[in-house]
Design a protein around this ligand. Structure first.
Ligand SMILES: NC(=O)c1ccc[n+]([C@@H]2O[C@H](COP(=O)([O-])OP(=O)(O)OC[C@H]3O[C@@H](n4cnc5c(N)ncnc54)[C@H](O)[C@@H]3O)[C@@H](O)[C@H]2O)c1
Ligand SMILES: [Zn+2]
Ligand SMILES: [Zn+2]
Length: 382
């Protein structure tokens, strides 16, 4: 099979002889991939990995699977075969894949080292996105969407309406990350929000908050190109570098309030963490979506206590988040045209390393999402 795969530390390349995925359990579904987006996490896996991927020569702690594996965890496709007990999708359905894997998936993998063991306490409570063993399809547990096809359990397949374009559907995954974060925040229609950072996740946060009916969204971002992208999505933009006291200036923006109802850190540096905490109003909520390195930072707990603020974080997503995002795109609450603005490139699998990964690593700011496809070669970027 043709795929762009992770072979070992520092080695991601295209190959045309990867093993064909097959249905190994009654509940599995074979999907012909249409589109799959490259994510910052994929780039990290190259530059600093293996992080989620199995260590070189070893097997994955959740699935027991080894390298090489096709990467890609943001994908859409069409079901081509189903196991004998599959009821949630049928052959021909258009689907997106909820890529999170947890204790609940162990039964699928004969080679899993956790087979027969205890389910973690988060999974016992149904909180599979915070599973103690959480990982992702396309990031080590099993082959992902930078391939002609993949198998997943039916529990991770979400059918989508046939009039929802499959390229836009590949964005349901990053949108589900931010949809989940908005739910963790308890974000309500009519509330105001400050988004820190306008990379792919910051932009997805904008689309989510617009979809949820935010009354005002202000995006703070250092890079001009990214501020322009955010502005074209119809939100107010702010350059923190232009202000001596950016926090004080941001807090003034929501009319008749002493700050924002919610703030989302989509950047993950001390300055954005602090800004997110301080630009919220009393009883406001600050959500850390960013993934941080191992270095802790300081903050003053009384900044939370004296105004009864909330500081929380959000990780991954659930199938329910995917369903709600699909619905929001289908009803137009998240407009397809806004989604399309996030797609800055479309490339074939064969070019995925050079024109996808390398392009994103060298020209981060001019790109948002580059999608790869094994077959839609008439729709590629020039
Ligand atoms: N929680 C989750 O489930 C989850 C899922 C996916 C990604 N993430 C994380 O979300 C974060 C964002 O992802 P991304 O792909 O958009 O990253 P990105 O690096 O492309 O975007 C970050 C943006 O922040 C901007 N920035 C940096 N310093 C700033 C400052 N002081 N003020 C304002 N803006 C500033 C940068 O210019 C950049 O545009 C990453 O940490 C990523 O790992 C989390
Ligand atoms: Zn991702
Ligand atoms: Zn678990």
């Amino acid at each position: 099979m043709r795929a762009l795969a992770y072979f070992k530390k520092g080695d991601i390349h295209f190959a045309d002889d990867l093993p064909e995925p097959t249905i190994n359990s009654d509940e599995e579904v074979l999907i012909e991939v249409s589109w799959a987006g490259i994510c910052g996490t994929d780039l990290h896996e190259y530059s600093d990995g293996p992080i989620f991927m199995p260590q070189d020569g070893g097997s994955h702690p959740l699935s027991g699977k080894k390298l090489p594996q096709p990467m890609g965890h943001e994908m859409s496709g069409i079901v081509s075969k189903i196991g004998s007990k599959v009821t949630k999708v049928k052959v021909g359905d258009h689907v997106v894949v909820e890529a999170g894997c947890s204790c609940m998936d162990v039964k699928r993998w004969k080679e899993s080292p956790l087979k027969g063991g205890k389910t973690c306490s988060a999974c016992e409570k149904g909180l599979v996105n915070i599973c103690a063993h959480a990982c992702f399809t396309g990031l080590g547990t099993s082959g992902g969407g930078f391939a002609e096809r993949l198998t997943v359990s039916q529990d991770h397949c979400i059918p989508i309406p046939k009039d929802l374009p499959l390229d836009v559907a590949a964005l349901v995954e990053p949108l589900s990350v931010t949809w989940h974060a908005a739910k963790v925040a308890g974000f309500q229609k009519g509330q105001t929000a400050c988004v820190l950072g306008a990379g792919p996740i910051g932009l997805a946060t904008i689309l989510t908050l617009k979809g949820l009916g935010a009354s005002k969204i202000v995006v703070s971002e250092l890079a001009q190109i990214r501020r322009d992208m955010a502005a074209s999505m119809g939100v107010e933009v702010f350059n923190p570098a232009e202000h001596k006291d950016a926090i004080a200036e941001l807090r003034k923006i929501p009319e008749g309030a002493t700050g924002f109802d919610a703030a989302f850190d989509c950047s993950g540096v001390k300055a954005t963490f602090n800004t997110a905490l301080h630009v919220t109003t009393f009883r406001g909520v600050s959500v850390n979506i960013a993934i941080w390195g191992n270095k802790p930072i300081d903050y003053y707990p009384m900044d939370i206590t004296l105004q009864e603020k909330r500081l929380t974080g959000s990780i991954g997503y659930t199938v329910q988040d995917f369903k709600e995002v699909v619905e929001a795109i289908h009803t137009g609450e998240i407009p397809i045209d806004d989604c399309r603005q996030m797609i800055t490139g479309k490339q074939k699998l064969e070019d995925g390393w050079e024109k996808g990964f390398v392009e994103l690593m060298n020209h981060k700011e001019t790109n948002v999402k580059i999608l790869l496809t094994p077959n839609n070669h008439n729709e590629l970027s020039t």
